[in-house]
Design a protein around this ligand. Structure first.
Ligand SMILES: C[S@@+](CC[C@H](N)C(=O)[O-])C[C@H]1O[C@@H](n2cnc3c(N)ncnc32)[C@H](O)[C@@H]1O
Length: 282
């Protein structure tokens, strides 16, 4: 079984698959998630695959749409995240229609034509062979069933009132750093924009795409502060080799609560990023 892509694991600093950050991300964007799940158009009785489910934070939202006769199966390669998902299930009212398994999303351990819908959230960024993973999804979804992928696009992210020029330098440094990584360190920070084309190229039918602007305004909850700081920390960590010490210092100071440059308590604070969902049918 292949290892979970660990580009952001075991190194110093923020990891985008880190459980704490995924939990803060979940709480900070809960309302937006409700809307996104509503827009998937699931119906009662559907059998859904939550592919690359991580800690299973979306799974109960999907179960809510397919209850009482439907079912949701979450699979992920990370033992740590599946352990969390299973433990969390104990207090979940819909636990009887949810199950979790450890499995690889490029070799899905289910028969052909098993699912009415597949939800693949924030995972394409880690996938080297997009079409292999989409072919697997087409195989296990029923004829006429839905395939939905969600990903963010890291090129459009606003942290106001940071100087836009500093912000563009940080974004450019991240783009350069990711471009120069070898294929075994696969991570695509610009996946959102590619989903629609990937679905069309993979022969998925009735493809439609919606882009959601995730905005966070003052006053911020503590989870939202950690979610935004985690994002900023990740940008600093990845872009660091291509930034001057001064730029890096200034960027970090904006997210350091002990600095007079700290922005997360300012009334004029504005954060915005894009999440993209593409849906099609088999
Ligand atoms: C950013 S997390 C997204 C988790 C969840 N879908 C969400 O949106 O909260 C990406 C997930 O992909 C999982 N993953 C990476 N490579 C995988 C593979 N080959 N098979 C299954 N899961 C994988 C990681 O363990 C991680 O849980």
């Amino acid at each position: 079984m292949p290892k979970v892509n660990n580009f952001f694991q075991g190194e110093k600093g923020m990891e985008l698959t880190a459980l704490d950050w995924l939990l803060d991300h979940y709480i900070a964007t809960e309302q937006e998630r409700f809307q996104m799940v509503a827009d998937l158009g699931l119906k009662s009785g559907d059998v859904v695959l939550d592919l690359g489910c991580g800690p299973g934070l979306w799974t109960p939202l999907l179960a809510e749409k397919v209850k009482p006769e439907g079912r949701v199966v979450g699979i992920d390669l990370s033992q740590n995240l599946i352990d969390y998902a299973v433990k969390n299930l104990e207090k979940e009212p819909l636990k009887d229609i949810i199950e979790f398994q450890i499995a690889d999303f490029s070799a899905i351990p289910f028969e052909d034509n098993t699912f009415d819908a597949i939800f693949f959230s924030n995972c394409f960024a880690y996938v080297a062979d997009h079409f292999k993973v989409l072919e697997e999804q087409k195989r296990v979804v029923k004829k006429g069933g839905k395939i939905a992928a969600k990903d963010f696009d890291g090129a459009i992210i606003i942290f106001h009132p940071i100087d836009p020029y500093l912000q563009l330098k940080v974004l450019a440094a991240v783009a350069l750093a990711l471009k120069e990584k070898t294929s075994e360190l696969q991570f695509d920070n610009f996946t959102g924009r590619k989903l629609h084309g990937l679905f069309l190229q993979a022969g998925i039918k009735n493809v439609s795409t919606t882009t959601y602007a995730i905005q966070k305004l003052s006053p911020l909850s503590s989870e939202t502060k950690r979610y935004i700081s985690g994002n900023a920390e990740w940008y600093a960590k990845i872009g660091a080799p291509y930034l001057s010490e001064e730029d890096l210092h200034q960027w970090k100071a904006h997210f350091d609560p002990t600095s007079d440059k700290y922005i997360l308590d300012l009334k004029e604070f504005y954060f915005c990023m894009l999440e993209v969902i593409t849906i099609g049918t088999q």
